[in-house]
Write a protein that binds this ligand. Sequence first.
Ligand code: FAD
Length: 369
Amino acid sequence: MSQAHSQDLSAFTTFRLGGPAPQVIVANTRDELLDFCAAHPLELNGEDTAQVLFIGGGSNLLIADAGFDGPVCVVRTTGVETTETTTADTRVTAEAGEDWDSFVAHTLGLGLSGLEALSGIPGSVGATPIQNVGAYGTEVGELISSVEVFDRVAGQIRHLTAADLAFGYRTSALKRAQIAAGTPQFVVLSVTFDLQRSELSLPVRYAQLASALDVEIGTRVSAALVRDSVIALRRSKGMVLDGDDHDSWSAGSFFTNPIVDDPEILPAEAPRYPVTDPLSGAKIEGKTKTSAAWLIEHAGFSKGHSLGEGRATLSTKHTLALTNRGHASTADVIDLAATVVAGVEDAFGITLEPEPTFIGCSIDDGRRP
Ligand SMILES: Cc1cc2nc3c(=O)[nH]c(=O)nc-3n(C[C@H](O)[C@H](O)[C@H](O)COP(=O)(O)OP(=O)(O)OC[C@H]3O[C@@H](n4cnc5c(N)ncnc54)[C@H](O)[C@@H]3O)c2cc1C
């Protein structure tokens, strides 16, 4: 474990934003991570419980300019283990700190399919179950068989099944527990995936991906080809990390796609998608998902929209990403986010919800012009 020392957290986030923290340690091994967890138990409703911050790749975090006044653990544990379960399926377990996209490439290299549509997403393996990472028609929860966690309340390691994790759209039991306690109760140690032994992808579900591949929805094609197409599509939207591309100095999509009970409240032209159960794939009746990007655009915010001097802007390639053009502060990003939320509310009566985890700041801090 690295010696704890004060550090600027902007070095650990893809927004490249966040002020100082007095105690930052990097856990390179499982023992180091467990030692940190054991030293920082969590007592629910306990007044003395100090806040602790865990960081993986920092790609879904917006940290206050004032920083974080507590211990920070950067999770960098590594290791991947593969077990044949049946002739068709293989179980693969990765330590939390493994780089997600390298892990996806590794599984495809082993001839295992399932994760190909999730190619190019930044961050660590351990963070993927927390918000049930999803892209291009696949959510990670569909492929996860279990997650090994350290429960900071019970002070012990637990294995949570997919059912325990209760995945939903950009959420899980892990995220809900984190929101309830204001700090993670469950620290992800490793994630186990059930993958198919096949060179073919899962059936292509996303219209834009099907069109890029020139196939019908539902077709299975080479998983390697899906990976290449997804990365190319993502790059065209600034959705792969690239130090030279300020459109990727972001947390990816800043808002989740709203889910409404009454589709009548949506404008007639707004996109409508079914909401499905992540485990069974069955349509959930009475719920309709719409597109946050569509609402933002039709509320009058176009690509590249900025306030004032333009230190933070909407991505020039994708209205759903808020970006740091190099000299932004977290306050600049929050002002822009609050302005977009207010504009969409005024236009459509729908309140957009941010997707990243906010540390020491809130969208309510935003000043609206
Ligand atoms: C360019 C870009 C594109 C993106 N595209 C997508 C996309 O297509 N789909 C999508 O779903 N997301 C996307 N994201 C968001 C982000 O990449 C994912 O949410 C990713 O899984 C976050 O991983 P991370 O390791 O960076 O997590 P961090 O940002 O480090 O952490 C996120 C949250 O998880 C907690 N956490 C991290 N590690 C652990 C652990 N081991 N145990 C307990 N808690 C932990 C943190 O405390 C924090 O609350 C994108 C982000 C960027 C910058």
